[in-house]
Ligand binder design. Structure first.
Ligand SMILES: Nc1ncnc2c1ncn2[C@@H]1O[C@H](COP(=O)(O)OP(=O)(O)OP(=O)(O)O)[C@@H](O)[C@H]1O
Ligand SMILES: [Mg+2]
Length: 322
């Protein structure tokens, strides 16, 4: 199988700031010898908690940061030895508002970045309106970017990321900070790109987003890959359970203890949500067991009781907790 992105024991260390102050060399291993491959046309997701090493991985793959150990290849070119060749064929989109010229119009931003990439003027003439159209900014191309909403800026970022017609696009949390509707329209744009033969490598903290978009997901924790698989296989990990959720003001300790004592119950967790406590029970999926638990929740006068199938988030939490 041929990969368009491939890493072999890729690693990156940093000297910690603390170490510098104490004049001690304390190293942080941000990415700890990861090996994986991404196929052409895939929408590959890198997931993991804050500080797991996702951005550092993207920076090495996009030739912005040199690995301390191991190798990585993009289109078969080595990220250090052949960085320049790679740069012409990729682009990277970081979430947030940096990297656009606020005083310039959307269109002038795209012209500026086209020039940087050496896109010929005749190509620019066609491509810039096409890209503005693609990201839903055709009507707003002449407006200064400082008048754009956050969602519009994020969409302009996507257009900027496509300006050199890259075959691989890296996106670091592309939908961060967007309202649900804005995030949804951006996801539709991202999904549409793979049908144009582009390969996408993205990070996100939104599990439903990864579930909806990604062909495969790699879970990263403390710089190491825990698992690489399809969203479906991830969910299969926890599919032998049913999840029951309920809310209450003060969920009695005795109820939680009694649930935990049941042989058929795998996991009971509580979390605070606004004024309410939310109780989550992972149990064997048999009807009798589930009915019995529902009865005890009713008796304890809990509200919003519902049953659901495991999500990618449930699988994520299970795997992260080891
Ligand atoms: N330039 C740097 N100097 C020192 N440490 C760094 C540097 N860049 C990253 N790190 C450290 O490397 C680790 C991985 O950081 P990275 O930004 O790759 O994580 P991440 O998975 O992208 O996290 P997040 O979800 O918060 O964006 C962290 O411990 C971080 O503090
Ligand atoms: Mg990051």
């Amino acid at each position: 199988m041929e990969y368009v992105i491939e890493t072999k024991d890729l690693a990156r260390e940093f000297d910690s700031a603390e170490g510098v102050l104490l004049k001690k060399k304390r190293k942080i291993i941000a990415v700890d010898h990861v090996t994986f491959g991404v196929r052409k046309g895939e929408l590959f997701g890198l997931l993991g908690p804050n500080g797991a090493g996702k951005t550092t991985t993207i920076k090495m793959l996009t030739t912005l940061l040199v690995p301390t150990e191991g190798d990585a290849y993009v289109h078969g070119w080595h990220v250090v030895k052949e960085a320049q060749k790679i740069r012409n064929h990729i682009n990277v989109i970081f979430g947030g508002e940096r990297g656009l010229y606020l005083r310039l119009s959307g269109k002038d931003n795209l012209r500026y970045f086209s020039d940087l990439y050496g896109v010929p003027a005749t190509t620019q003439k066609e491509r810039i309106p096409e890209l503005l159209q693609l990201v839903g900014l055709a009507e707003h191309g002449e407006r200064k970017v400082e008048t754009y909403s956050r969602g519009m800026k994020q969409r302009l970022h996507i257009a900027r990321g496509l300006i050199n017609d890259p075959s691989i696009i890296f996106m670091d949390e592309p939908t961060i900070g967007l309202d649900p509707e804005g995030a949804r329209s951006l996801r539709a744009i991202i999904q549409g790109l793979t049908s144009k033969d582009k390969t996408i490598f993205l990070t996100t903290h939104y599990m439903f987003e990864a579930d909806e978009l990604c062909t495969r997901i790699a879970l990263l924790k403390e710089g190491k890959i825990l698992k690489i698989d399809t969203p479906k296989s991830f969910k299969n990990e926890v599919s032998h359970v049913t999840i029951i959720e309920a809310e209450g003001h003060h969920i009695p300790r005795e109820l939680i203890d009694a649930l935990e004592a049941r042989q058929t119950v795998r996991m009971v967790t509580t979390s605070q949500q606004d004024m309410n406590q939310v109780l989550q029970i992972q149990t064997e999926p048999s009807t009798d067991v589930v009915m019995d638990i529902l009865q005890s929740l009713h008796t304890a006068r809990l509200s919003n009781i519902h049953i659901r199938e495991p999500s990618l988030e449930d699988a994520y939490i299970k795997i992260m907790q080891g």
